[in-house]
Write a protein that binds this ligand. Sequence first.
Ligand code: NAP
Length: 280
Amino acid sequence: MILIDGKKEAAKLREDLKQEVLGLKKKFNKVPGLTVILIGDMAPSQIYVRNKEKSANEVGLKSEVIKYPEAIEEKTVLEKIEELNKDQTVSGILVQLPLPKHIDKQKVIETIDPSKDVDGLHPMNVGNLSSGYQGSIPCTPLGCYLLIKKVEPNLTGKKAVMIGRSNLNGKAMAQLLLQEDCTVTITHSKTKNLKAECLAADIIVAAVGIKELVKGDWVKKDAIVIDVGINKTDKGLVGDVAFEEVSRVAKAITPVPGGVGPMTIACLLKNTIECFKRSN
Ligand code: NAP
């Protein structure tokens, strides 16, 4: 069984990106810039944003975090995004989700210039991905995709099952695997026999948010299992996959923590650099 080490792969990717930033600095005499907008003081969001800033600095990006209190008006946030859209030193804009209830998430996403949308959530980028055109790809599915390709470079004809159909995860992941000529099934909370769907899969990507949903007897021998889920328990963070059971049958599996999470952040940096390259 291959334990897919997301921490190690993310460190390798960051090192490659660092070299790339050095090259871009030489060529353009400037570096890509990432601006993150953080609203409120939710602990997980604060931690994510701190990690994003640390990683951005590590690879040599110009990084900025704009913090607003929970009660900030939507109009102020939208105006700031408009300002960042015009700012030549900003290559990528990310608004940390979730947002307070009084702020319309879709409005925020659609205000970000698609060419600076490093989260890949703007409808233009969603359309680009499903049409096979160039654009930003959501960071978590991109990270999962890179991990799967490390284990299995040729995915042609593989049966891939997504568990979860969010824009952020399942739907984008399905598009990436479809482009690799996989046969893709997207499952969700109304799927009739999830176990049977999983048992037919060569690749399972679980992005649900239910602790250890995928059991050992749901997984075909030698399947690749990618666990996106993050669930808090008394024993710490666990994924959507029953790791011990599934690792006995799978060919390769990501742990939680230390699997998909670190790749998500590294892919955010990658997306920022791609945005910079496309606009220069
Ligand atoms: P989400 O928007 O809540 O979507 C969850 C999906 O799971 C929905 O499509 C839902 O179906 C489906 N679902 C719910 N119960 C199900 C069941 N019993 N069987 C099959 N499908 C079921 O969540 P998300 O934003 O995609 O995040 C999913 C998980 O990934 C969370 O634990 C989150 O914390 C984690 N996450 C991790 C990273 C990372 O970097 N590692 C990044 C983002 C998210 P319906 O559409 O029918 O409701």
